[in-house]
Ligand binder design. Sequence first.
Ligand code: SF4
Length: 447
Amino acid sequence: MKAALVVPPVRDFYFTPQRAAFLGVRTLAMLLKERGVSHAVINGVRQRGRREPLPGSLAHLSPHVGKKNFFGNFYRFGVTEDNLAAQVREYGADIIFITSIAFCYAEEAMRTADACKALMPGIPVVVGGPGPSVYPGYYLRNCAADFAVTGEAEHFMEGFPGDLRSAPGVWYREGDILKHTEAPETPCSFRPVLVPLHESADTAYYSTMITRGCPKRCSFCPVWRQFPGFRKAAADDIGEMCSPLMGSAKKVHINFEDDNVTLDFPWFHNVLETVRRCTGGNFSFSMENGSSFAVLDEEKVRVLKEYNVRQMNLSLISANPDILAENRREKGTGAFEEAVRLLDRHGIPVVAYLIAGLKGETRASVMEGVRFLERLPVLIGISAYYPVPGIEGYEDRSFFDAIPPRQCAGSAFMPWHDIDTPDLVDIFITSRRINLGKQNMSSLNIS
Ligand code: SF4
């Protein structure tokens, strides 16, 4: 049997290399290898984008695209879906797995599934990943894929290759009816993968994810609903994952994709020590998806610095205590400022994130957060709120049947609650202007 693991292109205003790790696909590749199944990753994503017309689903942004400090163009990052399907046919796959890295990119995965089915009607097509996990029925109703898989690859692969209709967490069609098997609620064990991203003249960049699930319960987040229990990779598995780094000719930089690795700090300290051992200390790291500021203290920050953290991305979410309480965030601006000042004393740069557009937020309340961050030694990151099927307030997934998935992206700046698109865009532009001012000040060495 030959399995094609297909990564569809991405259409958006921007794309960053950190988003190109496709860790789920690499995990599936590892599990197939363990089972002796021949496979190939056919990656349709390219870092350089080709301009495409703004889709109708984003027409509300046309008055803003091209404004100073906003997005300039809409792009396709990667080959076309037809080209990708032709590559799959050339490989001669017996089964096709297509990843959908987020519900907002469902269209690219569904178009890829349609293109594959048009060229290879007899070959089973399976869509999986974070998108199908939150709303599998949407994919099966809107494209020609045969199966949509929810949950963790380890569970799904338990009986593979076998009858996919009896694998856990699988959705399929029987006539016009959608049927499915239950995804197990018990957490599975997992082994992390380390994915090379790109290399500069002196540094090799990698990405990994060393936890599953999350013990926190932020209302806007699908992670804790999707992955039962909070699990951390075992020390031996971390050691095995890092062993190829031994003797690296270049400096190593690892981005931990998790946004909760600092919650169990002694465990994370051991992880960093393992990386240090394997790289001979010639390494640095980052946590692009953010880390909790609430757990930081002098000793932990000293450890982060000692192991060469490059930057801390901290999510304040909101400066409004009521909004924070509603979203089950325990600490607010006071603790945030303390953490930022502590990191600043240790010379660690900080990017601070606010979510613009949560329920109950107004333009004025988000701008209060922006003004609070303006006076701190941080750059400001604005994430426009977007819902994902199944999160709090969006448990009824049929709500998404009438909404183009592309509107469920932060870059869509949709007015989901009380802030309209022009105000969301304006908050974003204002924050970028503040950042540019701060960067200019620091390049002129003015404090
Ligand atoms: S801490 Fe991060 S991963 Fe955990 S629930 Fe909150 S947003 Fe999600």
